[in-house]
Design a binder for this molecule. Structure first.
Ligand code: ADP
Ligand code: MG
Length: 328
């Protein structure tokens, strides 16, 4: 039995219609990834009880929480804007919501959690004097302190600058691993999701578009939206490769392409798709190599090459195993 189960949950706001099912295992870190307006925050509101679904059921450990009031759900929340209590110091913020009764034990626990989030000795600090990164670490410690069954994080790093975001996402993954807390982490940043998720739920227009490990989604995207949302690549209509009447697209990643400056004889490479007379239109240096903007029979192709092509027309070869059939 899955730990968290979201079963055919629907919610309607004017034009927006959510209809969603997915499951998560105990101790998993699931990232909810998708474009703005896709329903990620709405999903968290339905889980926490801030909003009620129109229909469907949400269970944790087999028990329905769909009609439970917010405080009985055992759900913790971390938001983009930290939401710390300005009138309490750092230690008091963390003690708030702890289930432990004894004052002394609460203080000890707060101390322990501050070390866990990388802020040892911060108990007496005023929260108004914390930096953005520190405040988010405290918010995380406070959320963990209540020992939630599930911790929801809604774009927790969006308000921070890029280097700090990278550092803190690592810290969040480490805290997840140390505590075993089941986490649902909303982000619109693919790199962030790839870096920390056990599984990623791709959400668009209130739907579960794809769900899998980062590796799964990158190597085997089920549709064009997921293919391009999880990275760069080329989609060629099947009609181009297999003739009229063939539906869908063949998709491949830039690094699956081998570039040659010589004409290639397809007959010599039976397990490959071979293309000759491919025009080089751009070559952008990335450090490890070049991202090539190519043109073939009126269609754009993106390829990665360690070397910069010298010729204007080149040949490409892609292993058949690296070609992914996707729906539009
Ligand atoms: P995301 O977090 O993925 O950006 P949201 O869940 O915030 O998406 O929003 C999904 C859609 O639902 C949007 O079109 C938004 O305008 C709408 N929406 C969200 N909350 C409400 C609400 N309380 N009342 C009316 N419409 C809402
Ligand atoms: Mg949102």
């Amino acid at each position: 039995m899955p730990y968290l189960s979201v079963k055919e949950v629907t919610k309607k706001y004017q034009e927006f219609n959510m209809s969603l099912s997915f499951e998560a295992e105990k101790g998993e870190l699931v990232c909810i990834l998708g474009p703005s307006g896709g329903g990620k925050s709405t999903l968290l509101s339905l889980l926490s009880g801030i909003e009620n679904p129109d229909s469907g059921d949400i269970t944790i450990d087999g028990n329905s929480i769909t009609r439970l009031p917010i405080h009985q759900r055992g759900i913790g929340m971390v938001f983009q804007d930290f939401s710390l209590f300005p009138s309490m110091n750092t230690g008091e913020n963390i003690e708030y919501g702890m289930r432990i009764k004894s004052r002394k034990e609460r203080k000890e626990k707060a101390k322990e959690l501050l070390s866990l989030v990388g802020l040892p000795g911060y108990e007496k600090r005023k929260v108004t004097e914390l930096s953005g990164g520190e405040a988010q670490r405290v918010a995380l410690a406070r959320a963990i302190a209540s020992e939630p069954q599930i911790l929801l994080l809604d774009e927790p790093l969006s308000a921070l600058d890029a280097p700090l975001r990278k550092k803190l996402r690592g810290a969040i993954r480490a805290i997840h691993d140390a505590t075993g807390t089941t986490m649902l982490y909303v982000t619109h940043d693919r790199e962030e999701a790839f870096a920390i998720a056990d599984r990623i739920l791709i959400m668009k227009d209130g739907r579960n578009v794809a769900y899998g490990t980062p590796e799964d989604l990158y190597r085997n995207p089920p549709d064009l939206f997921t293919a391009f949302f999880t990275g760069e690549g080329t989609a060629l209509p099947c009609t181009l490769l297999y003739g009229e009447g063939k539906e869908g697209y063949i998709f491949f990643r830039p690094e699956s392409v081998t570039v040659s400056e010589e004409m290639l004889d397809g007959g010599l490479y039976p397990n490959h798709l071979v293309m000759n007379n491919v025009e080089v239109r751009s070559a952008e240096y990335t450090g490890p190599g070049y991202v090539l903007g190519l043109w073939f029979k009126g269609l754009p192709i993106i390829a990665f090459s360690p070397l910069k092509p010298k010729k204007r027309y080149i040949s490409l070869m892609i292993m058949v195993d690296a070609l992914i059939k996707v729906q539009s």
